[in-house]
Design a binder for this molecule. Structure first.
Ligand code: BYC
Ligand code: FE
Ligand code: FE
Length: 473
């Protein structure tokens, strides 16, 4: 086991003390990060004591240590999963060669780009969630929000470490720029579309952690395959943290639906808004929005960027080793759905170019399992309603379906039809105002829960649900 060195200002298992230049560079970046956290991290939270898990080592026992921490004092650190001895490159032109411990000159720009894109999403999500603490449904949920936020902060650290350690001066400049872009800013936006949307209410937060953090999971799994071993090891440790974020998403959504169904069956009515819970039609509209926006994060269905990354060995497929093929794909084909000549067509393309599509399909399968779970909650109340995922062409801005309008059922719509109907498919201003109206203020008294959400079945780290997870200042 490699334990974390707490003597230095930056907890790490990468022997920072053995590289003074790197250590000094990160120690210079650290105050800028704290400054960013105070400016753009969770609002009004600086003095709360929060029951958080902090990694103290990367093995099974060490990475989930719980205790009260004030968030600006959270020990953000640099942790890489243990190296796999004799690890070999698993795919692409370099398949079978030893993995790289340095960045090959030929792939420097491509690797830096992927690391910067990954790094950019992490602080972006914290910015998007900045004000949610002011309307939390419980003390328990407030703690989960903060846990997600500090870990996204740590994921930023993870990418900044790679930039500083392996990319010299331009890496340091990119690390600085990661603190300068702002989610939703007209002049300096975050890089990817979904990370410039707002996360204005708690239903959106659970949707985001259900859908968008799950994109994180799949992207990290493909980066974990990378021939660049430090990126692979970094991604592997991030994946273990990611599980909690998706837990927050699926349990949050399930609790929302459970509460709605309780009211629907208790009142024998579909008109539940007046009873202060979220109606299932509005829930479905939020699903339509977050699913479609998250699909855009997989890039274009057919992409030479993705082909080049794979061939170079810098980004693999989900569970690459479990796939039974040659792991080079130079002669393979793959079928993808595309918008061609005014219709959705299933066409064969070179498998190398279809890697974004393939990862997106893996993601959709995982999402479906979660949606099934939500539908089982509804069915258990004897209510005839099924949450459905919209068609992959619905509301897209990236890839083959961008610029074409579809109904959630996959029916192509004219501009006029879309204008007339999109309010039935996507949350309207009025829907969003209604959801926000359910969350007028933070509920922070331990054990108390907002009316629109069921309490969780159990607490965090075997604590009761009425535990004081956040001690407010
Ligand atoms: N928005 O050939 P394409 C997470 C650009 S989430 C704006 O398809 P590629 C997290 C694209 O950059 C995981 N622009 O690109 C979750 C390209 O531009 P250039 C984040 C977009 O490279 C919750 C052009 O369009 N990690 O961790 O195959 C909370 C052509 O596109 C978008 C990663 O994404 C977009 N949505 O695929 C916290 C992994 N999509 O270069 C954290 C790293 C595409 O021609 N990123 N474009 O100017 C990648 O692997 C790839 O860059 C992408 C895009 C999958 C994102
Ligand atoms: Fe993350
Ligand atoms: Fe996450």
């Amino acid at each position: 086991m490699s334990s974390v060195n707490y003597d230095t200002r930056i907890p790490n298992n990468v022997d920072l003390a053995g590289d003074r230049r790197l250590q000094r560079a990160l120690e210079r970046w650290q105050p800028a990060f704290i400054h960013w956290w105070r400016d753009m991290g969770p609002a009004d939270s600086l003095n709360h004591e929060v029951y958080l898990r902090t990694a103290v080592s990367v093995d099974r026992d060490g990475w989930a240590n719980f205790g009260y921490t004030r968030m600006p004092e959270y020990r953000w650190g640099v942790f890489l999963a243990e190296p796999v001895p004799q690890r070999k490159i698993g795919f692409g032109d370099h398949k079978g060669e030893p993995v790289w411990t340095q960045v090959p000159g030929d792939y420097r720009a491509a690797l830096r780009r992927l690391i910067v894109i990954q790094g950019d999403t992490e602080p972006a999500s914290v910015e998007q969630q900045r004000f949610l603490g002011q309307s939390c449904p419980s003390n328990y949920d407030l703690r989960n929000l903060f846990q997600v936020n500090v870990e996204e902060g740590r994921h930023l650290w993870a990418m900044v470490y790679l930039l500083h350690a392996y990319f010299g001066r331009d890496g340091r400049e990119e690390a600085q720029a990661l603190l300068e872009r702002r989610s939703g800013d007209a002049d300096r936006p975050r890089i990817l579309g979904a990370f410039n949307e707002r996360t204005p209410d708690w239903l959106a937060f659970y949707m985001f952690t259900f859908f968008t953090d799950r994109d994180g999971k799949f992207q990290l799994y493909s980066l974990a395959e990378s021939a660049f071993d430090p990126l692979s090891r970094t991604a592997r440790f991030m994946i273990t943290e990611e599980a909690h974020h998706m837990f927050v998403g699926i349990t949050g959504l399930s609790r929302v639906v459970q509460r709605t169904c309780q009211v629907m069956s208790g009142m024998r009515t579909d008109a539940v808004r007046e009873h202060g819970v979220i109606d299932l039609d509005t829930f479905q509209k939020y699903v339509n929005f977050h699913f479609s926006v998250t699909l855009d994060l997989f890039g274009a269905e057919v992409s030479t960027n993705a082909a080049n990354s794979y061939t170079a060995g810098i980004k693999g497929r989900f569970h690459e080793d479990d796939i039974a093929d040659d792991h080079r794909l130079t002669d393979a084909a793959y079928t993808v759905d595309q918008w061609i000549d005014g219709a959705v067509k299933t066409v064969e393309v070179p498998a190398l170019n279809a890697l974004n599509y393939r990862l997106r399909s893996d993601f959709i399968n995982d999402v479906k399992a979660g949606i099934d779970r939500i539908n089982r909650v509804i069915a258990s109340h004897g209510i005839a309603f099924e949450v459905k995922l919209p068609h992959v062409g619905f509301n897209r801005r990236i890839g083959s379906f961008a610029g074409v309008h579809f109904s959630p059922d996959g029916e192509p719509l004219s501009d006029e039809q879309w204008q007339a109907k999109h309010g039935e498919f996507l949350p309207t201003q009025e829907d969003r105002a209604f959801v926000r109206s359910l969350m007028p203020a933070a509920i922070t008294e331990p054990g108390k829960f907002a009316n629109w959400i069921a309490p969780p079945p159990r607490g965090i780290n075997q604590q009761p649900t009425d535990f004081e997870y956040v001690r407010l200042d």
